[in-house]
Design a protein around this ligand. Structure first.
Ligand code: MN
Length: 291
């Protein structure tokens, strides 16, 4: 199933080029705050699945291009991210470490945005701001100390993710990666049963028509079960938690006016624009990237 969030917190099931509004069957209040309806739906999915399919089957589809697509998970408990998780990308960044030895970091969950919303660049910093196309894991079942043999049982589904990053040598990544709109996620969540083996997914990213990244998840340093095992060795993974699995080589700058597309085999394809925002420049990220 492909689960979409759109038009002010509504929930949809995507079939072909159409979205079927299943908000009521999902038990989600689009106006509810905090917006945890999708987290609750992910947690309760087994008991809601039949009602979602029935609602989609009896509804009238809306063309996808007529709705505003929002992030499928706006308020996860955690947004976990793995750095240096493809050898070729670690080499292009000059990193002498890998995710398997350095572990994960956290991005602000408020950096999540959807396919219908642009990446908003901070005011000029004199820094490059890069795209990182990544496979996102959405957790479906709570877990702590999850052995790798059981890890896939904790996955609800997958989505495309952009880990937008201000380049710089600050060792602490959180601030450089946590601007609002710096984590487009979507365009929908494809449930794990439709994706199959997460270790054999081609991932491509374009800026405009230019192919910048082209890789396969078989080349992950720390694989999908390994990431879940490592994260859950530290913290309790909750339904709706998002894990950004790391980017392959080919990262590069984005500027206002660009359109960035990321496509992952059997998961989906998401295209987002890039615009110049106001504000966001600050003393902690000076134009010269300090070590
Ligand atoms: Mn990344």
């Amino acid at each position: 199933m492909r689960l979409l969030r759109f038009d002010g917190g509504r929930v949809g099931v995507v079939m072909g080029d159409l979205v079927y509004d299943v908000t009521d069957a999902a038990g989600v209040d689009p106006k509810g705050w905090p917006p945890v309806g999708m987290v609750q739906l992910v947690a309760d999915f087994a008991s809601r699945r039949g009602a979602l399919l029935a609602a989609a089957a009896s509804g009238e589809g809306l063309p996808l291009e007529r709705v505003e697509i929002e992030t499928p998970i706006p308020w996860p408990n955690k947004l976990v991210a793995f750095p240096a998780n493809y050898h070729a990308h670690a080499e292009e960044m000059g990193s002498d470490y890998r995710a398997s030895s350095r572990g994960f970091f956290l991005k602000s969950a408020s950096s999540l945005s959807g396919a219908g919303q642009p990446i908003v660049l901070p005011e000029p910093l004199g820094r490059e701001i890069h795209h990182e196309g990544e496979l996102a894991i959405v957790i479906g079942r709570r877990g702590r100390h999850v052995p790798r043999a059981r890890a896939l049982e904790h996955i609800f589904g997958y989505a495309c993710l952009l880990d937008i990053t201000v380049r710089g040598l600050e060792v602490e990544r959180t601030m450089r990666k946590s601007y609002d709109s710096f984590t487009p996620l979507g365009p929908w969540i494809t449930t794990a049963d439709e994706v199959g083996d997460p270790a054999a997914l081609r991932l491509r990213l374009w800026v405009g028509d230019e192919l910048r990244q082209d890789a396969n998840t078989r080349d992950l340093v720390l694989d999908v079960p390994g990431m879940i095992e490592m994260a859950a060795s530290v913290l309790t993974l909750e339904p709706g938690d998002v894990i950004a699995t790391g980017t392959p080589d080919g990262v590069g700058p984005i500027v206002a006016g660009d359109r960035v597309s990321v496509e992952i085999e059997r998961v989906g394809r998401m295209t987002v624009g890039v615009v110049q925002g106001e504000g966001g420049s600050n003393l902690a990220l000076p134009p010269v990237a300090l070590a």
